[in-house]
Design a protein around this ligand. Structure first.
Ligand SMILES: [Zn+2]
Length: 427
């Protein structure tokens, strides 16, 4: 990857943000009481998160004031967020952003190993959310073929497996948890995944454990590549082949035009390798510079040399979202950590969720809900292993597999929810 032209481009983005995007004028006024006359250095800018964006849209519907106003005169797309939490946010893609974004998509796709002769099956939902549509543009940017399957609600697993076999799809793009679900379905249906035409999985949108990645690689004899993209930030980073071959351990290369920072809970920068909240600055979309957006994802950075020769900063494996964790008895328990223990213990990924709830005698309890089908293989040892590894006591409970699939949402939109906090009130 070529080095971003920094700091000139960053400075240009900061200048645009300060002088042409009303959102930042307001942010500065609220943070320090006045608007700086000279453009401050990046580290001096206030950070913000999705709540501020939501408020801006509510105050000035439909798009809010996070855009250079002239750009809104000609829109190529109008999308909305998935609305997993709160009211969905409407957001526009000005036509002037498209050429720039096409370059970004192409660089990402080439880095991840997608070629013009690939047939790329997209299993994200084709609807208001941007995800599937940005994948279409990304596939087009490298000249590969689009197979728009959409999510399980539109194309059920059985039909999807039949189509990818019939047309010889080579790339599957979707959420990691949905890919794992598909693989289990394929086995139930007697579909031979190892001899299938699929050679590459592109996953994004959620943290995926090394165990789950190995399960997919083994089951399909295919490579798994992770990239990081979001409605609010466009495409941020992607794994090169060297990192993908090590289950993502080398991290994802941050794309030119993006600066990643990791901050602790007091908004102070942490050292390389240390985990904290990922804060992203991006000027990939000229109409809407995103300056110091707090993603809510836990990650770390590295500047160690990468075997691929790329010299950009890399985001080490994302541990999960802040909302994919639950505070229990003074500890933060990550769904991804529980997933690692379950996969190692049961030999293959299972669908599951965590339920933090009140208990009449014991105050609050933390239950791991698992499919009845694994009850015999889980045995009594699982609760002990969970407790030993994660230092808190879990209840291991079983319920109907279909109910778990329904509750986590894994088969529907591919967007999975694994933490239900009935005590913290966020369930
Ligand atoms: Zn690399």
């Amino acid at each position: 990857m070529a080095q971003p032209k920094q700091p000139q481009d960053l400075h240009a983005a900061l200048t645009t943000a300060l002088h042409q995007v009303p959102f930042y004028t307001r942010l500065w006024t609220e943070a320090v009481g006045f608007i700086p006359t000279a453009v401050p250095a990046l580290q001096e800018w206030p950070t913000w998160a999705v709540e501020e964006l939501r408020a801006a849209i509510a105050a000035q519907p439909p798009f809010g004031d996070l855009y250079v106003e002239e750009a809104l005169a000609d829109l190529a797309y109008i999308h909305s967020s998935t609305g997993t939490t709160g009211k969905p946010r409407i957001f526009p893609v000005p036509r002037t952003d498209l050429p720039h974004m096409e370059n970004v998509y192409r660089e990402h796709m080439e880095l991840m190993g997608v070629r013009p002769d690939d047939i790329c099956a997209i299993t994200l939902t084709f609807g208001l959310p941007r995800g599937a549509w940005s994948c279409v543009q990304a596939v087009q940017s490298v000249g590969a073929t689009i197979l728009p399957l959409s999510s399980g609600k539109v194309t059920p697993a059985e039909k999807l497996l039949d189509v990818i076999h019939t047309v010889g799809a080579t790339v599957l793009h979707g959420a990691g948890s949905y890919m794992v679900y598909l693989t289990r379905k394929a086995r139930e249906l007697g579909f031979d995944t190892r001899t299938s035409s699929v050679r590459l999985f592109l996953t994004s949108g959620e943290a995926m454990s090394a165990e789950s990645r190995r399960y997919l690689q083994e089951a399909w004899d295919a490579r798994v590549v992770m990239h990081f993209a979001s409605t609010d930030l466009s495409w941020v980073s992607a794994e090169c082949e060297a990192s993908s071959a090590r289950d993502g351990a080398l991290g994802m290369h941050v794309t030119p035009g993006v600066i990643a920072e990791i901050l602790d809970e007091h908004q102070r920068p942490v050292t390389d390798g240390e985990y904290g909240e990922l804060v992203v600055t991006s000027w990939l979309r000229p109409s809407t510079p995103r300056i110091r957006f707090r993603t809510g994802d836990r990650a770390a950075l590295t500047r160690e040399p990468c075997p691929c020769g790329g010299t950009s900063v890399r985001i080490l494996p994302i541990q999960g979202r802040v909302d994919e964790a639950v505070r229990f008895h003074g500890q933060t328990i990550w769904a991804s950590s529980v997933e690692d223990v379950l996969t190692a213990n049961l030999g293959a990924p299972v669908d599951f969720f965590l339920e933090h709830r009140e208990h009449p005698e014991r105050g609050s309890v933390l239950a791991v809900k698992l499919p009845t089908a694994v009850a015999s293989s889980a045995g009594d040892g699982l609760a002990t292993t969970l407790q030993r590894t994660l230092n808190v006591r879990f209840l291991v409970e079983f319920m109907d597999d279909a109910d778990i699939v329904e509750k986590t949402g894994v088969a529907g939109t591919g967007k999975v929810k694994r933490v239900f906090d009935l005590v913290g009130g966020r369930g």
